[in-house]
Design a protein around this ligand. Sequence first.
Ligand code: NI
Ligand code: MN
Length: 231
Amino acid sequence: MIEITWLGHGTFQLKLESGEIVLIDPWINGNPKSPQGFKIGHIDTMLITHGHFDHVADAVQLAKKFKPKVIANFEICAWLETKGVQNTGGMNKGGSQTAGSLKVTMTHALHSSGIQDGNALLYGGEAVGFILHFADGRKAYFAGDTSVFSDMALYRELYAPQLAFLPIGDYYTMDPKQAALAARLIGARQVIPMHFGTFPILTGTPAELAALVQADGVEVWELQPGTPVRW
Ligand code: NI
Ligand code: MN
């Protein structure tokens, strides 16, 4: 059983069967949807999908504090190292690596990845997603920020993830219509929508997605920030 806690926007905490804590795309401070009073006790593994501030804002501070294994693309890991973060595992699309009981495979994403560093915008490699392989054999797809793309069907063929974390907000990522197609391409039975409602421009809603995937028998789980769900 995995405990999934949405920390608002694209940030999630997963508590694995083993008790390990995985933090994905850490943006806590300044995140308008960050749950009040939520405290991170420790982090074993940190995953980062791309370099935008709403996905890395707290990465350096949290990585220095809790010293997790940090998994991201090569360029983001190189940047984190310049900030004093240790124990990074910079990788690239198609590759897999293991951190504790979790195996991750880095996937494609259709998005950008520039890193805002002071007044400079640094090259952050390409945006990615992850297939999460859990110890019990189940798999989830964490899309990160992306448009829909047809190669999601390849990830279905390769990994058949039951659960997908998909952005639905529109403007910076896909909208509910594209997310419904993404759910079909990836073959997920459950979808956790993310990256919506944080700012007024992120207009997509879980209800729109739910209406579109109902005919496929796909469940949409609308999480409340700070309230864990078990999977
Ligand atoms: Ni982004
Ligand atoms: Mn984003």
